[in-house]
Design a protein around this ligand. Structure first.
Ligand code: AMP
Ligand code: MN
Ligand code: MN
Ligand code: MN
Length: 284
């Protein structure tokens, strides 16, 4: 296979909190020059068969993907899984359990919003959810924009959906160990998503990377839509320090909301092992 440079291994479809179908994402990735693509819906693999078929149709290489919500220390961390067997029951059951609490959480979020005068947010958010098992804060954000409470989803998160705000609800997700284990036991590679987003102290971040490696994690996102150019450099260094392979992904959700389009980020910095080199036998 010729060397792959333009890999985009992180994005979301209507099966989680994106606004495009797997087919529309595949077409958009191809149009933007993506050579290797992965759809990584939150806690879901329901779109994998469609995404793989669409990639084939577009003449683009494909890796299976998901982005697992994990509770670590006092916050939520995202672990991307790539190249696993999407038919393996260990992955299916693990993700189903991880998704399981989202319905009650959404009702609790709506109750918090009702206390500050925002009515019927559960029903409102549900209308935006393409998959009712996967109702997320993003769907609430879209509802609050539609109803004129905020001008954009960023403002909704800042005022209503982050820690300490009326629509925020503490939630227990998968453990780091479980997420990494499901991915690796099913033949895939686990990747720490957008590490700069967590705002951990250096000690906490060291703990995350160390435990992740101990559980069998092998990759970290270096070039992502969530990182600044300076953060590419920081996490390239972290990847080298911890002996992790590097991943690249836009985290594209929607043409209207995402500032980074599929396949348009800078290439990985030199001197790093691309994570897809660990997955050659898993590429479709
Ligand atoms: P959830 O899994 O329900 O907690 O929702 C998390 C999702 O919300 C993330 O995957 C992002 O798509 C979105 N999100 C988180 N923070 C922000 C933010 N500040 N602005 C816009 N979207 C955000
Ligand atoms: Mn999302
Ligand atoms: Mn994420
Ligand atoms: Mn994501």
């Amino acid at each position: 296979m010729k060397t792959i440079l333009n890999a985009d291994l992180h994005c979301h479809s209507v099966v989680s909190d994106g606004t495009l179908t797997p087919e529309a994402l595949a077409a958009r990735a191809k149009a933007n020059g993506v050579e290797l693509w992965a759809l990584t819906d939150h806690d879901e693999i329901g779109g994998q068969a469609r995404a793989a078929a669409a990639a084939r149709e577009q003449g683009m290489h494909y890796l299976t993907g998901t982005e697992i919500s994990v509770s670590f220390i006092d916050r939520t961390v995202h672990i991307v899984g790539l190249g696993f067997d999407a038919d393996d029951a260990r992955m299916r059951d693990g993700l189903q359990r991880t998704r399981g609490g989202r319905g009650q959480r959404a009702h609790d979020m709506a109750a918090g919003l009702a206390k500050v005068g925002i009515k019927d947010a559960y029903e409102g958010a549900l209308k935006f959810a393409g998959n009712h098992e996967l109702i997320s804060r993003t769907h609430f954000a879209r509802f609050l924009v539609e109803s004129g409470v905020c001008k954009d989803t960023n403002e909704v998160f800042r005022k209503y959906l982050t820690e300490g705000k009326p629509g925020f609800v503490e939630h227990r997700w998968a453990s780091l160990k479980d997420a990494v284990t499901w991915i690796t036991e099913c033949g895939g590679v686990a990747v720490i998503a957008h590490p700069a987003r967590y705002r951990f102290t250096p000690t906490e971040e060291y703990a995350l990377f160390t435990e992740f490696k101990n559980h069998g994690g092998q990759g970290v996102e270096v070039v992502t839509g969530s990182h600044s150019a300076a953060e590419y450099v920081t996490y390239a260094e972290t990847a080298r320090e911890f002996g992790l392979a590097a991943s690249r992904g836009s985290d594209f959700h929607s043409p209207d909301e995402s500032h980074t389009d599929l396949g348009t980020l800078p290439l990985l910095p030199g001197g790093l092992q691309p994570v897809w080199e660990l997955l050659e036998s898993r590429i479709q």
